[in-house]
Design a protein around this ligand. Structure first.
Ligand SMILES: [Zn+2]
Length: 390
C-alpha cells in the first residue's frame, strides 16, 4: 500500500464524509461550505454561498471567513480527495466539526445542487493585483469591487496627482478628474502627474496620459471645466467617492454642499507650507459622523481676508503625503474596511514630524448636514484662494 493510500484511509476514518445532499442541508442549517479548489476550477462554477478560499492559503484565510471554531464546516474539492486533506488541516487548526463532501463538486453538479459561476478576475488582473488578492481584507472580491468603483478627484494638482496615481495603480476602475487649468512650469515641483513635455497642455489631458501609461485598463473621465453650482450635481452623479484636492475656497464649499446633498463621502485634504490636514466628511456615515465642512467653517471669509494664491507657499512633497493619505481613505471606503477618518481631523506637522488627531464637532444646527435639513441651495462664492493651497 502506498503512503498516499494509507494516509487517505486514515483520513476517511477520522473525517466524516457527507453527500452533497447532506452538505446542502447542513449549509442551510448554518454550516460553512468551504470550496478549496483552485481559481481556474472555481471559475467553472462553485456552490452558491460557498467560501472560495482555495487550498494554498486555506489556513491563512479561513479564520476571516469562519471565526467560530465550533461552527460546522463542510469542505469541498473536485472529487472528494483534496477536501479530506484540507478538512484534516482545519481540524488541526482547532475546528471541531469538519466534514468532507464525498464526490466533490462533480457529484454536487451532477446531482443538480445549486451553484453559480462567480465573477472572477482574468489571469492578467490576478497577476497584476496579486499583492491585493493575498490580503483577506481585499481578496479577489475586493479587487473586483475596486475595478467596479468610480472615484472623482477635484483638481489635477498637488493632491490629485499622487492620489489618482495610486488609485489607478490599485485598480480603481473609473477615475474622473475635474480641472480647467493648463500645466505650468511651477506645477512640476509637486504635481507629479505632469511632466516637462506636458507643460502647456490641459491638466486633465496631461493626467490622462500619465494614468493610462500606468494602467491602460483604466476608464479615465476628463471633466475639463470649472465646477460651479450649475454643473456640480451632473458631474458628481455616478461616482462613489469625491476627493477634494482643490486649492480654492469657493470650490471647497461647493464640493461640501453637493456631497452632503448627494450623500457622497468627501475625502478632504489641504496643505500649507509644512503642514497638512486630512479628514473625511460623510454625514451619511452615521450618528457619530462628525459633520461637514460647514460645521467647522459655516461661511467663507470675505475675499479681502483670504491670502492670495501666490503668497501661499508649500513644500513640494507635502501634497504627496496628504494626497496618498486621501488615496488610503478612498480605498478603505470602497472596500468597506477599517475606520474611515470620519469625525476626526488628522494634522501633519512636517517640521516637527508629528501627526495629531483632532476631534471634529458636528454643529447640531448646521443648515446643511443636520438631521432632516432641507437643502438650503448652492452659493456661488467669489473665487478666492484657500488659506491652504494644494
Ligand atoms: Zn454640517
Amino acid at each position: 500500500m502506498k503512503a498516499k493510500d494509507r494516509r487517505l484511509a486514515e483520513l476517511r476514518r477520522s473525517i466524516p464524509e457527507v453527500s452533497p445532499e447532506e452538505a446542502l442541508a447542513m449549509q442551510k442549517a448554518g454550516a460553512a461550505l468551504v470550496d478549496v479548489r483552485d481559481t481556474d476550477e472555481i471559475a467553472q462554477g462553485s456552490p452558491t454561498g460557498a467560501h472560495r478560499l482555495g487550498r494554498s492559503y486555506l489556513e491563512l484565510r479561513v479564520e476571516e471567513a469562519v471565526p467560530d471554531m465550533d461552527q460546522p464546516i463542510v469542505v469541498m474539492c473536485a472529487g472528494g480527495v483534496r477536501s479530506l486533506f484540507a478538512a484534516d488541516a482545519l481540524k488541526n487548526m482547532g475546528y471541531t466539526k469538519v466534514h468532507s463532501i464525498a464526490g466533490g463538486f462533480s457529484r454536487w453538479k451532477n446531482e443538480g445542487r445549486p451553484f453559480e459561476v462567480p465573477k472572477m478576475l482574468d489571469a492578467e488582473a490576478r497577476e497584476r493585483y496579486a499583492r491585493h488578492i493575498l490580503m483577506p481584507d481585499v481578496g479577489e472580491a475586493g479587487q473586483l469591487k475596486l475595478l467596479n468603483s468610480k472615484v472623482l478627484l477635484i483638481g489635477a494638482g498637488g493632491l490629485g496627482s499622487p492620489s489618482s496615481y495610486y488609485l489607478a495603480a490599485a485598480g480603481v476602475g473609473t477615475i474622473g478628474m475635474v480641472d480647467h487649468d493648463v500645466v505650468d512650469q511651477s506645477n512640476l515641483q509637486r504635481q507629479i502627474l505632469h511632466r516637462e513635455d506636458t507643460v502647456g497642455l490641459p491638466k486633465v489631458e496631461s493626467a490622462r496620459r500619465a494614468l493610462l501609461a500606468l494602467n491602460s485598463k483604466l476608464n479615465f473621465v476628463a471633466h475639463e471645466t470649472h465646477l460651479d453650482s450649475s454643473n456640480v450635481e451632473e458631474i458628481f452623479s455616478g461616482y462613489d467617492v469625491i476627493v477634494d484636492g482643490t486649492d480654492n475656497l469657493a470650490t471647497r464649499y461647493l464640493i461640501n454642499d453637493a456631497c452632503v446633498k448627494m450623500g457622497l463621502p468627501n475625502v478632504h485634504a489641504a496643505v500649507y507650507r509644512f503642514e497638512g490636514q486630512l479628514t473625511v466628511f460623510w454625514p451619511e456615515y452615521g450618528p457619530q459622523h462628525g459633520g461637514c465642512y460647514r460645521c467647522m467653517f459655516p461661511n467663507p471669509p470675505p475675499p479681502e481676508m483670504a491670502p492670495s494664491c501666490a503668497e501661499a507657499g508649500v513644500l513640494g512633497v507635502m501634497p504627496g503625503t496628504l494626497g496618498l493619505l486621501q488615496a488610503v481613505e478612498v480605498l478603505k471606503i470602497l472596500l468597506d474596511i477599517g475606520e474611515p477618518l470620519v469625525g476626526r481631523m488628522l494634522h501633519y506637522d512636517a517640521l516637527g514630524a508629528r501627526f495629531t488627531e483632532l476631534k471634529i464637532r458636528t454643529n447640531p444646527n448646521c443648515p446643511y448636514c443636520r438631521e432632516g435639513a432641507e437643502f438650503p441651495g448652492y452659493e456661488d462664492y467669489a473665487q478666492v484662494c484657500a488659506s491652504t493651497k494644494s
